[in-house]
Design a protein. Sequence first.
Length: 257
Amino acid sequence: MALDLQKISGLPISFDLKSLKLEFRDDFPFIKKSERSLEELRPFLKNPEAKNGPDPVYYVWRCVHLKKDNEKVKAHNLCYDITLIPPGKIDGEFVKTAGHCHWLYPEIYEVLYGRAYFFIQSFINDKDFKNIKSVYLTEAEPGEKIIIPPGFSHNLINVFNKPLLTANLTNEKAIHDYAPYKNNHGASYYFLDNGNLIDIVKNPNYDSVPEIKKIRGKEYPEFGLTKNRSLYSSVNNLDKLRLLNYPKEFEGEWRNW
């Protein structure tokens, strides 16, 4: 069964729930698809020697935009990606993305299908990746947006029995720094299957880890980010997204983190 994602994504895309394939039904000038294999994800797992789990673990389509929007997307240094995380577990750990940090730029996420756990953490300083300053967990449903502030690292976890499809928009100059997660075998907490329950346990590879703060997603009308408006539609009003190119102008927005 193919699900039409145009209304929620703002793009002529269909998602086949059986084959887990995306169909792009218009002129997209450049899309780069990549897969994260189980072998590549091992350094980020609770058990790097895990022998059972999906492979590939998740998929990413990068630089997704329509040909008619190419000029303005490039002029504003933006990159819109789509990530698919099928349901599953790796030796009892729920499937997840590797995790990374954009030290200088924020990143905006939107859930297109399924439900997402966004796990967000910040470090006490940029050099020592063993001590965590703050930890946040947000559960989001289709249409909800999450802004990851600059300097925060994050990953997505799929703890549900259905595929998770998300979109994200960031500055193409943003560097994906995976070192904090790779050096510590993942984020500061693991999400483990315990039958009908989810065990959330601290990662012992970190020296200090605070308790998790659960936060709710919210709308950001000042940035044109609301639940009933697709993230991709922002390319038609890019003045609202100055935070992706000029994050220092919005430092006050991150004070509550």
